[in-house]
Design a binder for this molecule. Structure first.
Ligand code: PLP
Length: 411
């Protein structure tokens, strides 16, 4: 019995998606290729098991193996991120969005003030967007980036914090390309006696691979997804100082979630083992090298990059000088086999659905073994297609041939 013989419709859709992934260049900064091993854990018999609550306190029988598994996953998270001894780990959040809401729910009352980055400057929906649960239930006040440099302005963030006295300061971004000075955030939080929270979803793999400064031990709480630069399953982790452990655990279960996805937790454990190897360090280093070359090459073709470059895995291309919107550019590039996401630029005059930029990232192409030379080639294709849309179909064929030389893990 197999999916192929039992459910051809779904099997065929998976094969079509596999082909799409194999034959295109994926520059979506939040995506990656999970290994076969990660997927083996994710698709294992662990999906059969209910295990509400935490190890040794379950509401269901038959959890002795699951308890061991969840403890091992937590231990590996500790090791991979080098967590201080007085930190606690929760590996049950279903994904990044619930993880963030679970932290707010644990440490704040509805209506409390949170300071975070606005969406256009690089924040996430769960960082207080008015259309999100976060923005509807807490009072968010946003900081942005400096208009001049496109970077965080720590003096301005301090001034704003001083003025509004937030109960929690959130540092962590979906579309910010510069290294974050975590220590400065700690100092600002201390000055106004706020809880310091970091959402490292995007850069967690770089942190694990020592290609970005670590937020530990400067913060009180850290959340991360596992499926972006970390190359793991779609899942999330909350790490916090011991004094917040009980509140965080209660907020995850029973506060917001039911039974944990133990298959995802096993896949988190596999990811953590992979992310603590020397080859993962090399990977993280190459992700950053590739992003820098991609940004530089695009600049050489006259593209504007917010903050003039990148220190991490992503860049925001401001298309206002190219006479094309973010949505149009995304669609055009996709017709040439290059997949990206539209993105707002700071203080974007356009709407989020069709903003002024695209976000490009190198985690997925680096997982396929692409290096500096390939980044220059990709930049040349992007420039050529944006300049002359009529060549998109031809470039798509070239991209298809090109991708054959770079096997994606897990495909
Ligand atoms: C910084 C940040 N936090 C949280 C999330 C939410 O993660 P998920 O899509 O798994 O809910 C994202 C996803 O893009 C993100 O970029």
């Amino acid at each position: 019995m197999s999916l192929k013989s039992q459910d051809k419709e779904i099997y065929d859709l998976i094969q079509r998606e596999r082909k799409r992934q194999a034959e295109t260049i994926n520059l979506i900064a939040s995506e990656n290729f999970a290994s076969r091993e990660v997927m083996e854990a994710l698709g294992s018999i662990l999906t059969n098991k209910y295990a509400e609550n935490y190890p040794r306190k379950r509401y269901y029988g038959g959890c002795e193996v699951i308890d061991e598994l969840e403890e091992l996953a937590k231990e590996r998270v500790r090791k991979t991120f080098g967590l201080p001894l007085d930190w606690h780990v929760n590996v049950q959040p279903y994904s990044g969005s619930p993880a963030n809401l679970e932290v707010y729910n644990a440490l704040l009352e509805p209506g409390d003030t949170i300071m975070s980055m606005d969406l256009a400057s690089g924040g996430h929906l769960t960082h207080g967007s008015p259309v999100n649960f976060s923005g509807k239930n807490y009072k968010f006040v946003h900081y942005g980036v400096s208009e001049k440099t496109g970077r965080l302005d720590y003096m301005e963030i301090l001034k704003l914090a001083d003025k509004i006295n937030p109960k929690l300061i959130l540092c962590g971004y979906t579309a910010y390309s510069r290294e974050v000075d975590f220590k400065k955030f700690r100092e600002i939080a201390d000055k106004v006696k706020a809880i310091a929270m970091a959402d490292i979803s995007h850069i967690a793999g770089l942190i694990a691979g020592a290609a970005h400064l670590s937020p530990f031990p400067f913060f009180d709480v850290v959340t991360t997804t596992v499926h972006k630069t970390l190359r793991g399953p779609r899942a999330a982790i909350i790490m916090c100082k011991d004094k917040y452990a009980t509140a965080i655990d209660k907020s995850v279960f029973p506060g917001m979630q039911g039974g944990p996805h133990e298959n995802a937790i096993a896949a988190i454990a596999v990811t953590m083992k992979e992310a603590s190897t020397s080859s993962f360090r090399k990977y993280a280093e190459q992700v950053v090298k590739n992003a820098k070359i991609l940004a530089q090459s695009l600049q050489d073709f006259g593209f504007k990059i917010i903050s003039d470059g990148t220190d991490n895995h992503l860049m925001i291309v401001d298309l206002t000088n190219k006479n094309i919107s973010g949505l149009e550019a995304r669609k055009l590039l996709e017709s040439a086999g290059i997949v990206s996401s539209q993105s707002p630029i700071p203080k974007d005059p356009r709407k989020p659905w069709d903003p002024s930029g695209v976000r490009l990232g190198t985690p997925a192409v680096t997982s396929r073994g692409m290096k500096e030379k390939e980044m220059s080639k990709i930049a040349a294709w992007i420039a050529a297609v944006i300049t002359d849309p009529s060549i998109a179909a031809k470039v798509k064929q070239e991209v298809k041939r090109f991708t054959k030389n770079f096997k994606a893990p897990g495909l």
